[in-house]
Design a protein around this ligand. Structure first.
Ligand code: AOF
Ligand code: ZN
Length: 368
């Protein structure tokens, strides 16, 4: 049974959990609040690298017996397995909690209902489904990794008012303003990896690193390039920021290029290829297998189009500027081969925000 303040405390637990997004992969970013007599006793969230778990962090701050009779609000079903630490369900039982409120279940085969069962068997009152939709949205990356074997994909599109990303001459700096670019850094911070296509890597020589957000973990830098035709000078080859480089390529990538990047510490991932390009479903499955839960695609237009065509884009974050470039400007996306409107990928608006002189808009896949 839910109680009057359940939503309020769960909202707090969700906001704590979000602090871990981008930092905890392959684990979920969970939040936990322990409440007694209408007051917060302690708070916790999953730490960088995925451990300790949120419940353990919250419990570790309490004096012995302090949690007796208290309620724990947890954004994901407490774990039931012994990993490097004992199960969170046991820790909550031993700490003497009377009630545990959970937003949504954990589909991990080692947990999957067992965490809730352990709590109930020990006589704790268990309430589930509080702010479940919000929790599933926050944890969509982890849920997709476990249930579909691939990470969540966020597509970032920064464009002119009419959806262009450069002038006919290729001038693109800067269409959106400094505040939008700061928001992009915040997006990098809450994703596990940043991904671009080979052409963007060649033309923009991006560093793809996180600057100034106080993050402890740099996102993995992923480049998709069938032939590994990538610049051998520039930040991807030289950067010493400690951000890993993973390169996804096809069977035809020359050995010389593979050796060059392997020598520089890059991880090489080979996936199947057909005349239309690399198999993006296979590429994302490989990334899920490697533990990634949230991937931010920052372009270019042809990579973004192939992700959309393969129905692999879960959310779009758009930044739209008040500059107009016309049809001679470069479009933000390559062809989608969707001649009918009913075939076109469709997204539903979830948020709009003014960011400096631009507008940021967040969209989710309409069928999810
Ligand atoms: C929780 N609270 O904060 C997190 C949980 O490898 P381990 O032992 O750390 O276990 C990882 C699994 O634990 C992960 O797949 C997910 O099922 C759960 N993560 N559980 O109770 C947390 N991060
Ligand atoms: Zn746990």
């Amino acid at each position: 049974m839910t109680q009057p303040d359940d939503q309020r405390w769960m909202a707090l637990a969700l906001s704590l959990g979000r602090r871990g997004l981008g930092q905890t992969w392959p684990n979920p970013a969970v939040g936990c609040v322990i409440v007694k007599d209408g007051r917060v006793l302690s708070r916790g969230w999953t730490q960088a690298g995925g451990r300790p778990h949120a419940e353990q962090v919250a419990l570790s701050q309490l004096a012995p017996n302090a949690a007796n009779g208290a309620t724990a609000y947890v954004t994901l079903e407490p774990c039931a397995h012994t990993g490097q630490t004992p199960p969170c369900a046991s820790a909550l039982i031993e700490a003497g909690l009377a009630r545990v409120v959970v937003a949504t279940g954990d589909p991990d085969a080692r947990v999957s209902g067992r965490g809730l069962a352990m709590l109930r068997e020990a006589g704790l009152e268990v309430t589930t489904g509080v702010l479940e939709d919000e929790a599933r949205r926050d944890q969509q990356g982890f849920l997709l990794r476990v249930t579909e074997g691939r990470p969540l994909v966020t597509l970032k599109l920064a464009s002119s008012f009419d959806g262009r990303i450069a002038t006919a001459a290729g001038e693109s700096q800067w269409i959106t303003g400094p505040q939008s670019r700061l928001q992009v850094q915040a997006l990098r911070a809450n994703h596990d990896a940043v991904m671009v296509g080979g052409r963007t890597a060649r033309e923009d020589l991006p560093s793809l690193t996180l600057r100034g957000m106080g993050a402890r973990r740099q996102p993995v830098r992923i480049v998709i390039s069938a032939g590994l035709n990538l610049p051998t000078l520039g930040p991807l080859a030289e950067d010493t920021s400690g951000a890993p480089v993973w390169l996804i390529h096809g069977a035809n990538a020359p050995q010389k290029a593979r050796d060059f990047w392997a020598d520089r510490g890059a991880t090489l991932i080979e996936v199947a290829q057909d005349p239309s390009g690399l198999d993006m479903t296979a590429a994302l499955r490989a990334l899920g297998q490697a533990g990634l839960t949230r991937v931010l695609c920052e372009g270019g237009g042809s990579l973004a189009a192939s992700l959309l065509k393969a129905q692999l884009v879960d959310q779009i974050v758009g930044f739209t500027a008040g500059v107009i470039l016309g049809s001679d400007g470069l479009p933000s996306l390559g062809p989608l081969d969707a001649p009918k409107l009913s075939d076109a990928p469709r997204f539903a608006l979830t948020e709009t925000r003014r960011v400096g002189a631009d507008v940021m808009h967040v969209w989710h896949r309409a069928d999810k």
